[in-house]
Design a protein around this ligand. Structure first.
Ligand code: 3UK
Length: 508
């Protein structure tokens, strides 16, 4: 059991304590042409806290919408909000004005800190609060940095309770509807003291790198909180591509990478051109990790990927495995501190080998903004993540699909990701997404959307070959009766396939 004092400010623990204990001259964050030591990061955070409380006049519990790509300044802004006893509402950089308007209203936002590069969309958002500051290039004479320069360099952490809300995080919305989840000061430390310590064995000489936005809790943990908790350093880079992430791993001598399966899939064929010897862990999360991707990355990098399922509701990863514990095909076992079980249709736990709804309990858990959702998705303290999972006799958890995405065809339950995994083993397939399509005869049929690798041409012959290829690997009734070739697949900013879009768009 994790124990934290009743009065707790997470940034006092992550940053002030690190500096007090001698980490001041170590590098905390790098990126956007900047490099800040722990002492420098602390000073930036303190100056921002003064601007928020002193200049904007915000009071404990007020909510601050944060918006920007991954940069040291964005990191400092988030930490300053926590430290000042306020509530951070981070938003994905690609959100549009209308979506921002929904978040402003749902989270009842009091003030906004926004990267100047994202000014246009922010200004067009309905319901913008009057208290708004820009930061970064183009922020100008009245921007955040200009004001910071006039503030004292130190700020005493606000005396918050361990269970004061400090973060409202919105789900990245594979269904298109963002849901707000609330997290406490102690949750910020709890995620640092679970997955990274027990599964990754993080240490002060680690260098963390990756793609998830800081506005996504996968990125907030992996690219900011986890490194700070152990005195390590974070590389924060904007607009990464598979090529530039590989180059950055080499350049910064990164030791731990965080990204989604689709990124590892795209990096694997390019990896031979880069020196990745510094990397000791590669973490995959956000969606299911297909075996073909695990194999391709192992061959390319020599690393056994660490798959982990996390969720915005639970803040970070709660089922995972590393090293000898990895069982290909399974996500892993509950991270120490968490418990998981599989529930049947009657809400009672089912035994090994039966597919059901995943339920999770642990030090972090969900408090939805929406009370109705809370009643439906948190039952007796167990969080229902909306995933269909199966446990094996050894206690490993195997992902099947999202509960809502299970395809029911002629009475069979078919999990789209299993069909995707089979298709991805074919040398012509770069990416694919499998959904159910309404069918008069069978209820639903399995429909595959396939992106081909360069040098392969779409056509009926290849479609038939792919269908046969699937039938040879998994039960033939699971093969995609419909198969469409596409140039790309719809994905969220966090790398998740948007199946609802595939279903709505139809083929081609
Ligand atoms: C799916 C996975 C299979 C699953 C997240 C790491 O993804 C994160 O949070 P979201 O709220 O989505 C949660 C849902 O995504 N998923 C995530 N990881 C896996 N499915 N295998 C996986 N390894 O449906 C889950 O319910 O956007 C991931 C850390 C923090 C996060 N917030």
């Amino acid at each position: 059991e994790l124990q934290y004092p009743e009065r707790l400010n997470c940034v006092a623990e992550l940053l002030d304590r690190a500096v007090a204990e001698g980490a001041g001259q170590r590098i905390a964050v790098r990126g956007a042409g900047q490099q800040w030591t722990y002492a420098q990061l602390l000073e930036q955070v303190d100056r921002i806290a003064h601007v928020l409380r002193g200049q904007l006049g915000l009071e404990t519990g007020n909510r601050v919408l944060l918006r920007g790509a991954n940069t040291p300044m964005m990191a400092a802004a988030i930490l300053a909000v926590f430290k000042a006893g306020l509530v951070a509402v981070p938003t994905m950089p690609l959100l549009r004005a209308r979506e921002l308007g929904v978040i402003l209203a749902k989270a009842r936002v009091n003030a906004v800190l926004c990267a100047a590069s994202l000014r246009e969309e922010m200004e067009a958002a309905p319901g913008m609060p009057g208290r708004l500051l820009y930061f970064g290039d183009g922020a100008g004479a009245d921007g955040l940095e200009a004001r910071m320069a006039r503030q004292p360099a130190t700020y005493a952490p606000v005396d918050t309770a361990a269970d004061d809300v400090c973060l409202i995080s919105f789900t990245s919305g594979t269904t298109g509807v963002p849901k707000g989840t609330m997290h406490f000061q102690r949750d910020i430390l709890a995620i640092c003291d679970c997955f990274p310590r027990s599964v990754l064995g993080t240490r002060p000489d680690d260098i963390f790198i990756g793609t998830p936005p800081l506005a996504f809790t996968f990125g907030l943990g992996g690219l900011l909180l986890f490194p700070l908790r152990v005195g390590a350093s974070a590389v924060l880079l904007e607009k990464l591509t598979p090529e530039t992430l590989l180059a950055a791993i080499q350049q910064y001598r990164a030791t731990i990478s965080f990204t989604a399966p689709t990124f590892y899939r795209q990096m694997a064929p390019l990896a031979a051109r880069y020196d990745l010897a510094s990397l000791r862990h590669s973490v995959s999360a956000g969606e299911a990790l297909p075996l073909a991707t695990r194999d391709a990355w192992r061959q390319a990098s020599g690393l056994e990927m660490i798959d982990g399922i996390g969720a915005t509701e639970l803040l970070h990863i709660f089922i995972s495995a590393a090293g000898e514990q990895v069982r290909p095909g399974a996500t892993g076992k509950p991270v120490p501190g968490y418990r998981a079980c599989i529930l049947g249709p009657d809400g009672k736990p089912v035994g090994p080998g039966v597919i059901g709804r995943l339920a999770v309990q642990g030090p972090t858990g969900c408090r939805y903004l929406d009370d109705k959702r809370q009643r439906e998705y948190v039952v007796d303290g167990w969080n229902l993540t909306g995933d269909a999972y199966e446990m094996d006799a050894d206690g490993y958890f195997h992902y099947r699909s999202r509960t809502d995405d299970m395809i029911i065809s002629a009475g069979y339950n078919i999990a789209g990701p299993e069909v995707e995994e089979a298709l991805l083993r074919h040398p012509a397939v770069a990416e694919c997404g499998v959904v159910g399509r309404a069918d008069a005869e069978r209820g639903q049929i399995v429909e595959a959307h396939v992106v081909l690798k360069a040098g392969h041409a779409p056509g009926d012959a290849l479609a038939a070959e792919l269908q046969e290829f699937v039938k040879r690997q998994i039960a033939p009734y699971k093969y995609p009766r419909a198969l469409h070739f596409r140039l790309s697949l719809p994905r969220t900013e966090t790398g998740k396939l948007q199946r609802f879009k595939l279903r709505a768009e139809g083929g081609d």
